[in-house]
Design a protein around this ligand. Structure first.
Ligand code: BES
Ligand code: ZN
Length: 849
C-alpha cells in the first residue's frame, strides 16, 4: 500500500526507542514469490526512553502470525508497521511474515537479481523483510538461518553451521538492522586471506556469478591493501573470521557496507583490462576501501539517527580519499575531488535542493545520500584536520574509537572528541554542519614598506529555509612567491572566523604574488580579481599543484566567459602558457592530463548565472568547441610528439603511472581528432587491447561524427558483456553533438537490450543525456521531455533511482524563461503522476518550491 500523506521527520523530534533488543533470530525460508521470514526477538524496556506505544516498522509484509512469550497476539496493522500491547517487562516477540522477492523491483529489502537472492537494507529496507524497530540506534546481535536450495547462502558475521538446504550465521557484533544482509544463489568465489596486525587469520571471498571469476583479482588486492592501510594509518583491525564481498547486477547504489558481507554493484567490483577502464579500476579500488573502512566508521560506531548520516559517510569518504592519495598521487586526487565537488555539490548547494551537511528534516531519507552529505561532509573533516593539525587529528580519532565503540553516535559526540583532544572550542566550527550554502570568499591585497596584507570577506548567499548566514571558520592556506618565482612564505594556514578579516606578512623585500586557498583548503567560491598576467605567473611557478591547476582553470574560465559574453577569440596567451606545462616531461602525466581538460559547460553556466548573465547552453557549447579547436591548431606539431611520448609498451597495469600516461595520451588524442577527423582515433581503436584505449578512441570517433563502423564493431565484440554494453550505451549519448543527444537516447531506449529496470542501464542512457549539457538543454525541450517520461515510468518500479535522477533538474532556474518554462512543465507533469512515490514527490516538491 502507498503512503497517502508523506510525513516530514525532524531532527529535533528525536526520541529513543522504548525497548532494547537483546538478540534477533531470523529464519528465512527462501522462495521467489513466497519467502517466509520467522523472527524471534528478545525485547526489554529501555530505561532511558519515555513511555510510548510498542510500534514496529513493517512495509509490504503479509503477517502470518505474531506471538508474545508463546501466546498468539493480534497487532493493529498500518501501512507503516504494527502496534501491539506488550508486557511491562522483558518478553519474547515472534512473528512469521511472507514476502515476494521476485516481485521486488525497487531493489530495497530482499529482492532477486538474475536468479540470486540479495538484500539492501540501508536506510530503511529491513522493514520490508520483517517487523522491526528499523532505526540505527537499535543495535542487536543477529543469528540467521537460511533455508533454500541455492548452493551458496551467506549472511553477516561468522558461519556457524550448515547442512543440506540450510546454513546458519552468527554476528557477534551488535548492529542496527540497516547492516543486515543475506545473499543466496549459484555463486562462485575468488578466495583470499589476510593476517591482521594481531595475528588473526581472516578468510576473504569475492562471490560472483559463474563466468565472472576472472574479474575478481584486482578487487581482492584492493581489499587487502585497504585492510593493511586501515591498520597502519588508523590502527583499526578487522573483527570477524571472514569477510565476504558479493557482486550483484541489479543494485541502486555503488556498494553497501553490511557487516562482514559487503554487497557491490557488479560495476564497482568486477574488473579486467579488456573490459574496464583505468577510471573503473581506480573507482573499484576506492569503493572497496570505502565499504571496508565503514567497518569502523559506520558499523562499530554507527549513527544515532539518519540526520547524522555524514558522521559515517563524510568520514568514510574522507578516509577513502586519504587511501587513494596514498596509493596513487595526492595532488591528482585532490584536483579530481575538487572537480567532482564543483560539478556535483556546488550546484546542489546553490539551488533549490540545498541542505546542510546535517539536514534537519526529511520526508524520504534516501533523498539525502547527497553530494553535500558525502563530499561536503568529507571537506568539513579535511578542514578540521587542517585546523588542528595531523597529530591532534590522530589523537582525536583514537579517542573517538575508544569512547564511542559500540555506540550510535552524533555529530555532537564527534566534535566533542576533537574539543577534548585539542582543548579547542568548536562551537563556531559546528556551523559547517548546520548552515547550508557555499560561502563566497573575496580577497583584496595591499603592499607597503615590506608588509603585505590580505583582507578577506566571506558571505554565504541565502538558501532554502536559511535567509541569514553567520560567518564560518575558514582555514585559508596561503603561500607567497617572489616576483622571480621563488617561494618566500611557504604554505601557512590562516584561520578566518569573522565576516571580514585581515592577515599581515612582514619583512618582505618586494611585493609578492599570493597563492591563495592552496589545496582548496575550504569548500568556498573564491572571488579574486587578479590579472591574467598574475594567473599565468602562478600557472608557471606555483609550488602548490592544486593552485597551479586552478590558475589555468581560472584563465580558461575567463577566456570562455569572454568568448560567450563578448564574442572574444580564444586566449592564445593562456594556450601558450599551458603549453609549457604540457611539454614538461618532469611533471606527472596524470596532472598534465587534468590541465588539458576545460571547465565543464555546466560550470560555465553556473559562473554566468552567478554574474547575473543568463547562460545560453548553445553559446557555451560553441565557445568550448572553438577553444578546443584553437588549442589543437596551435599545438598541431606538439600533439603527435606527445602521443608518442605517452605510449605504454609494458604489459597493462591499472596503476597510477601507466594510467596517467594513458590519460594524457587520450586527452591529446581528443585534440588530434579535431585536426585529422578521427584518423588517429580509428587507428587506436583498431589496435586497442584494453578498454581504456578502446573506449577513449570510440569517444573521439563519436565527437568527430565518424563512429558508425567502430560502434558496430564494439557492439559485436561486447554484446554479451552487460557492463561493457553499459559503456556503449552511455558514450553514444554523452559524447555526441548536442542536437543528436536526445534523439539518440530515445532511439537507444527502443532497443530490446535497453533493460530499463536495471539501474546501471537506465543511468547509462538517461544519466548521460543529462551530462550532455547543451543536448539535455535543447531549446525545443526534447531532452527534458524524454527524461521526464522515463522518470515517470521508472517511478512505478524503482522510486529510489528515479528520485536520485530528479536532481538533474536542480539548476532549472538558471536558464532563460523559455527553458525554465519547459523544465517547470516537466516537473509539474511528474508531480501530477497518480501514485507518485514519496521519494520522487519530495524531490519534485523541493525542486519546484
Ligand atoms: N552506505 C552506502 C550505500 C548506500 C547509499 C545505501 C544510499 C543506501 C542508500 C555506501 O557506503 C556508499 O556510500 N556507497 C557509495 C560509494 C562510496 C565510494 C561513496 C555509493 O554507493 O555510491
Ligand atoms: Zn558509505
Amino acid at each position: 500500500m502507498k503512503d497517502a500523506s508523506p510525513q516530514t521527520i525532524y531532527l529535533s523530534d528525536y526520541t529513543p526507542f522504548g525497548w532494547q533488543v537483546a538478540d534477533v533470530h531470523l529464519t528465512v525460508k527462501l522462495a521467489p514469490k513466497a519467502t517466509r521470514v520467522v523472527s524471534r526477538i528478545h525485547f526489554q524496556p529501555n530505561p532511558n526512553a519515555p513511555a510510548q506505544d510498542f510500534f514496529l516498522h513493517g512495509e509490504e509484509l503479509k503477517l502470518i502470525h505474531a506471538a508474545i512469550d508463546g501466546t498468539e497476539v493480534t497487532p493493529e496493522l498500518t501501512p507503516q508497521g504494527l502496534r501491539c500491547d506488550v508486557p511491562s517487562g522483558p518478553f519474547l516477540w515472534e512473528t512469521e511474515v511472507e514476502i515476494a522477492p521476485a516481485e521486488n523491483t525497487a531493489l530495497e529489502g530482499l529482492y532477486m537479481s538474475n536468479g540470486m537472492y540479495c538484500t539492501q537494507c540501508e536506510a530503511e529496507g529491513f522493514r520490508k523483510i520483517t517487523y522491526y524497530p528499523d532505526r540505527p540506534d537499535v543495535m542487536a546481535t543477529f543469528t540467521v538461518r537460511i533455508e533454500g536450495d541455492t548452493p551458496v547462502k551467506l549472511s553477516n558475521g561468522n558461519p556457524t553451521d550448515s547442512g543440506e538446504g540450510w546454513a546458519e550465521w552468527h554476528d557477534p557484533w551488535p548492529k542496527p538492522a540497516y547492516l543486515f544482509a543475506l545473499v543466496a544463489g549459484d555463486l562462485v568465489n575468488h578466495p583470499g586471506a589476510f593476517t591482521t596486525m594481531s595475528g588473526k587469520e581472516v578468510e576473504l571471498n569475492i562471490w560472483v556469478r559463474p563466468g565472472d571469476e576472472g574479474k575478481c583479482a584486482f578487487g581482492m588486492e584492493a581489499l587487502k591493501a585497504s585492510m593493511t592501510w586501515d591498520e597502519e594509518v588508523y590502527g583499526r583491525e578487522y573483527d570477524l573470521d571472514i569477510f565476504n564481498i558479493v557482486a550483484v547486477d541489479d543494485f541502486n547504489m555503488g556498494a553497501m557496507e553490511n557487516k562482514g558481507l559487503n554487497i557491490f554493484n557488479s560495476s564497482c567490483v568486477l574488473a579486467s583490462p579488456e573490459t574496464s577502464t583505468d577510471a573503473n579500476f581506480e573507482r573499484i579500488e576506492a569503493i572497496i576501501a570505502h565499504e571496508y573502512f565503514h567497518n569502523w566508521t559506520g558499523n562499530r560506531i554507527t549513527c544515532r539517527d539518519w540526520f547524522q548520516l555524514c558522521l559515517k559517510e563524510g568520514l568514510t569518504v574522507y578516509r577513502d580519499s586519504q587511501f587513494t592519495s596514498d596509493m596513487r598521487s595526492a595532488e591528482v586526487k585532490r584536483i579530481s575531488d575538487v572537480i567532482d565537488l564543483r560539478a556535483r555539490q556546488f550546484p546542489e548547494d546553490q539551488g533549490p535542493l540545498s541542505h546542510p551537511v546535517r539536514p534537519e528534516s526529511f520526508q524520504e531519507i534516501n533523498n539525502f545520500y547527497t553530494a553535500t552529505v558525502y563530499e561536503k561532509g568529507a571537506e568539513v573533516i579535511g578542514m578540521l584536520k587542517r585546523l588542528v593539525g595531523d597529530e591532534a587529528y590522530a589523537k582525536a580519532l583514537d579517542l573517538y574509537f575508544e569512547r564511542h565503540d559500540g555506540d550510535a553516535a552524533t555529530i555532537e559526540d564527534w566534535l566533542r572528541v576533537f574539543e577534548d583532544a585539542t582543548g579547542r572550542d568548536l562551537t563556531q566550527f559546528q556551523r559547517w554542519y548546520s548552515q547550508s550554502g557555499t560561502p563566497h570568499l573575496s580577497v583584496s591585497e595591499d603592499y607597503a614598506d615590506g608588509t603585505f596584507t590580505l583582507t578577506f570577506k566571506q558571505e554565504t548567499p541565502p538558501t532554502p529555509g536559511q535567509p541569514d548566514k553567520a560567518p564560518q571558520v575558514l582555514p585559508i592556506a596561503v603561500g607567497l612567491l617572489n616576483p622571480n618565482g621563488d617561494e618566500v612564505v611557504p604554505t601557512t594556514v590562516l584561520e578566518m572566523t569573522d565576516a571580514e578579516q585581515s592577515f599581515r606578512f612582514e619583512g618582505l623585500s618586494a611585493k609578492p604574488v599570493a597563492s591563495i586557498l592552496r589545496g582548496f583548503s575550504a569548500p568556498v567560491v573564491l572571488d579574486r580579481e587578479t590579472s591574467a598576467e598574475e594567473k599565468r605567473f602562478l600557472l608557471a611557478h606555483d609550488t602548490d599543484a592544486f593552485n597551479r591547476w586552478e590558475a589555468s582553470r581560472d584563465l580558461a574560465r575567463g577566456c570562455l566567459f569572454d568568448m560567450v559574453t563578448e564574442g572574444a577569440g580564444p586566449d592564445t596567451a593562456w594556450i601558450d602558457a599551458l603549453e609549457q606545462v604540457i611539454r614538461d616531461g618532469d611533471l606527472d602525466p596524470a596532472f598534465r592530463a587534468l590541465m588539458l581538460a576545460l571547465p565543464t559547460q555546466s560550470e560555465l553556466a553556473q559562473m554566468l548565472h552567478a554574474k547575473g548573465i543568463t547562460p545560453d547552453p548553445d553559446a557555451i557549447h560553441a565557445a568550448a568547441e572553438t577553444l578546443r579547436n584553437a588549442m589543437a591548431e596551435r599545438w598541431s606539431s606538439l600533439l603527435p610528439e606527445l602521443m608518442a611520448a605517452t605510449r605504454v609498451t609494458d604489459r597493462y597495469s591499472p596503476d597510477a603511472k601507466q594510467s596517467g600516461k594513458r590519460a594524457l595520451g587520450n586527452a591529446v588524442l581528443s585534440l588530434q581528432t579535431r585536426l585529422d577527423g578521427g584518423k588517429a582515433a580509428q587507428a587506436q581503436f583498431d589496435a586497442a587491447d584494453n578498454m581504456t584505449m578502446q573506449l577513449s578512441a570510440l569517444s573521439c570517433l563519436i565527437s568527430a561524427g565518424a563512429e558508425d563502423a567502430a560502434l558496430a564493431a564494439f557492439e559485436q565484440q561486447w554484446k554479451d558483456d552487460r557492463l561493457v554494453m553499459d559503456k556503449w550505451f552511455a558514450l553514444q549519448v554523452a559524447a555526441t553533438k548536442p542536437e543528436t543527444a536526445a534523439p539518440r537516447a530515445e532511439a537507444l531506449t527502443k532497443r530490446p537490450d535497453f533493460d530499463w529496470k536495471n539501474p546501471n542501464r537506465f543511468r547509462a542512457v538517461m544519466g548521460s543525456l543529462a551530462m550532455n549539457h547543451a543536448g539535455f538543454h535543447a531549446k525545443d525541450g526534447s531532452g527534458y521531455r524524454l527524461l521526464a517520461e522515463w522518470l515517470i515510468k521508472l517511478d512505478g518500479k524503482n522510486p529510489q533511482t528515479a528520485a536520485r535522477m530528479c536532481s538533474v533538474f536542480q539548476t532549472w532556474t538558471r536558464y532563460d524563461a523559455g527553458r525554465q518554462a519547459l523544465m517547470k512543465a516537466e516537473l509539474e507533469r511528474i508531480a501530477a503522476k497518480p501514485d507518485l512515490s514519496r521519494d520522487v514527490s519530495e524531490m519534485v516538491g523541493r525542486l519546484l518550491s
